[in-house]
Design a protein around this ligand. Sequence first.
Ligand code: GTQ
Ligand code: FE2
Length: 348
Amino acid sequence: MSSRRFTSSDPDLDLLYRDLDEQQLQPLWELRGLLTPTPKVRSVPFRWPAKELKGLGERAGHLVTIDRGGDRRVLACANPGLGGAPYAVSTLWAAVQYLGPHEVAPAHRHTPAALRFVLEGAGVWTLVDGDPLAMSAGDLILTPSWTFHEHHNSSDQPMLWMDVLDLPVVAALEAVFFEEGPTDEGERGAAPESRSERDYGTAGLLPPPGRRARPPYSPLLAYRWADTDRALGRRLEATGAAAATMTFVDPTRGTDVMPTMRCEAHRIRAGGRGVRSRQTGSRVATVFRGSGVAVLGEQRFDLAPGDIIAIPSWTSWHLEADDQLDLFSTSDAPVLAALGLYREEELP
Ligand code: GTQ
Ligand code: FE2
């Protein structure tokens, strides 16, 4: 395949362009749109409505079994700006996963990191490197890079949750690896307390420094809704503001939970609105409770529980609540920050 063709009206220059082309070289002076004054952003503001995600997830549940190879019954959010790529925004995979009663999604691991935010239900647990983590509505569950994970539904009800992965980042870096693992065949009732929560789940108390696990991600793998709810409520009470955001952190370092993804919980008081801002880097969010509007760029999207929204890089956005509105969001901010590329501005 030949590279891009450059032509001119000067025969000598034209000859140069032809010879450059033969040598797989391109003249910068003829290239446009590389160093843009502000980011060139391909993904567009978008909302996937809960009603459709749930209905289509259920239909897939009836029609499609979970087999080795596919491993997961997952519907990927595909941003219409990304030319058919199965990515919600340029750097994040977001999806709904449907697991029927007593189904098991088998063990595997991959270098892309993943997290789950549970929209409704209970009775599912995820085994992360052998540690069973219960999943209930509002919980955040981490499956960091290269940890084995499998999902078990030990209840009589189907369950649906949102997955977010840094897959587009890892794919762009050409560092995707995947491996199947041995699945735990046992069926359990209520999952026992995880080792991760036992050792790292009490605020302010950690094992002695020499005994702490030092993985390159948070050793606390589950963040429970009761804690998130309390933190948001107390912050709103303390500040008197219309909106509060809390960041999920690694309790041993105070940093983001994983190297590539920042997780945040947002609460907007009934009738209130959050600060309008924009950041470099992309974000996906899901509504946990309440109703309101996400204003993304110039567009307004009505919000209901279970909706997933895409907020592209450098897009101005804010939230408005009708009823008290709770959202969970994930962004690639740690990647931008690590590279010195993170910018943020508040807008009037
Ligand atoms: O649950 O392990 O949405 O491997 C995409 C890839 C979920 C998972 C996804 C995965 C998973
Ligand atoms: Fe996975």
